[in-house]
Design a protein around this ligand. Structure first.
Ligand SMILES: [Zn+2]
Length: 484
């Protein structure tokens, strides 16, 4: 049995929210009373409090990568799971690089669902933070800390879902697997990549749910929940130009730095070709249809090759325009430069690292076929790192269920498939045939800060947003895997 079936009563009116903003202590109490009536068999306030405690404990474990030291966080999760009757498997791919996998068995009639999370975080600069990044403090309705959004919040949610499924003896048709891994923020070599290579049977699943999707997007008064169904691949290139060395007092045209700068200018000054992939097109079509009006027409124009560039230029929100550009084009970004060693010496070579990102449907060869002619003759290219792009269908029973859950939990809101320009561990689990969605629900208020907090200063997650996530994710997992 999956209680509560759906969060039908899960609405917090704008009026009540702003009214209660003025009295923080009352706000949380009222919110839960309003959201989860006493008749529900779950005490969601207690469940959220418990999940928040796990989140805060994990934020206090510094898993900055490098060096990672994820073992302490994995051991923490293992401790909680063991007290509830789980027998988690701990796997150390390298000293202190802990990974954890545990499984709740179903009746085997359907293949497993994987909930996966990474335990490492990117570095923080404490001097720029309002609250210390590794203290797990609560202030102003938020839990603060490095990893509060990326992605110890998801680890805490998924842990809570595992505990609830077991506590309530939910009858499952699918095994539910929970995997908490190391090293996602660098290259997953001692995390998901290692796990998929060395212990595939532990994590093989039909579907996977994880980070980078399910957060409220407000557009023209409409609410959307983009769910990640695709991500771009990476192709980091080192490019090198050579020239004639000499004395800095007599500059000449065969200058390595000039050759490099011109190559970068050629590749950056005009966008690489437009590609209308299924995910990006569906995403924009649905936005266009829902918002309607002039903005809807502008979104529709983004999908017209003749109008695409002009439509992006006309979008008033430049961040949105940049984000859309990134999911319709292969891109490169010259993020590192190196040349010369002395002010009066013309160097014989100059190098740059281009962060290349390729769309679904591309591989290194086809990506380079677009980039190389722009760089021009005489530029040497070395591939530094590459990972494949990924695209999963949104025409699946799980995606349909996610759409229903969002519609029920946040009336008026629409779940839409979208492509992430960055990369996650989804592509690694996809090697085992798993269809991964970025769905870690957070109900954000229109004024909630979000963009820039992931990997930025003052990373924090709203308590209300988090409470929503725990419940929606539980209902999704329960409805997808449990007794109907
Ligand atoms: Zn992440």
């Amino acid at each position: 049995m999956c209680w509560p079936r759906h969060a039908d009563s899960m609405t917090v009116g704008e009026g009540s929210y702003s009214l209660l903003r003025t009295h923080h202590a009352l706000r949380i109490t009222f919110y839960f009373w309003y959201t989860f009536p006493m008749s529900t068999p779950f005490n969601w306030q207690a469940i959220t409090d418990e999940a928040v405690r796990y989140l805060r404990d994990m934020l206090r474990i510094d898993t900055t990568n490098p060096p990672g030291n994820e073992l302490a966080a994995a051991e923490y999760l293992a401790g909680v799971l063991r007290t509830e009757g789980y027998d988690p498997i701990m796997l150390e791919a390298a000293p202190q690089r802990g990974n954890l996998v545990t499984r709740l068995k179903g009746d085997g009639s359907l293949p497993p669902l994987l909930l996966y999370t990474h335990l490492d975080v990117v570095p923080a600069e404490p001097e720029h933070w309002t609250h210390p990044p590794f203290a797990g403090e609560i202030a102003d309705g938020f839990v603060w800390g490095r990893g509060a959004l990326d992605m110890k919040n998801v680890a805490a949610m998924q842990l809570m879902i595992m505990l609830l499924l077991k506590r309530h003896n939910v009858t499952l048709h699918r095994d539910v697997i929970f995997a908490a891994t190391a090293d996602e923020e660098i290259d997953s070599d001692v995390g998901a990549d290692w796990l998929v290579t060395h212990h595939p049977d532990l994590v093989r699943a039909e579907y996977g749910l994880s980070e980078m999707g399910g957060h409220t997007l407000y557009l023209e008064g409409k609410k959307f929940y983009p769910v990640m169904t695709a991500e771009k691949g990476t192709c980091w290139l080192k490019i090198r130009a050579r020239g004639k060395p000499g004395h800095g007092s007599v500059p000449h045209a065969d200058h390595a730095v000039l050759h490099l700068v011109h190559a970068i200018d050629r590749v950056m000054s005009h966008a690489l070709p437009l590609h209308l992939t299924a995910t990006a097109s569906t995403y924009v079509q649905r936005l266009a249809r829902s918002v309607g009006g002039a903005t809807g027409l502008l979104f529709s124009a983004v999908l017209n090759p003749l109008l695409h560039d002009a439509a992006l230029k006309a979008l008033p929100d430049r961040s949105l325009a940049d984000a859309l550009h990134a999911i319709f084009h292969n891109t490169v970004s010259p993020n590192q430069l190196r040349a010369g060693y002395k002010a009066n010496v013309i160097p014989s070579e100059a190098e740059a690292i281009l962060d290349g990102r390729m769309l679904p449907g591309f591989n290194v060869e086809s990506f380079l076929a677009e980039v190389r002619p722009r760089l021009g003759e005489g530029i040497e290219i070395t591939i530094e790192h590459t990972s494949p792009p990924l695209e999963v269908s949104s025409e699946t029973p799980l995606f349909k269920l996610i759409e229903q859950q969002i519609a029920r939990s946040d009336p008026g809101a629409i779940a839409v498939p979208y492509m992430m320009a960055g990369a996650t561990d989804a592509k690694l689990f996809a090697k085992l045939g798993t269809q991964c969605y970025g769905f870690a629900p957070l109900k954000l208020q229109p004024d909630t800060p979000f963009d820039g907090l992931v990997h930025g200063h003052d990373e924090r997650v709203g308590l209300e947003a988090f409470a929503f996530g725990v419940q929606v994710l539980y209902n999704t997992v329960c409805d997808f895997c449990g007794q109907r």
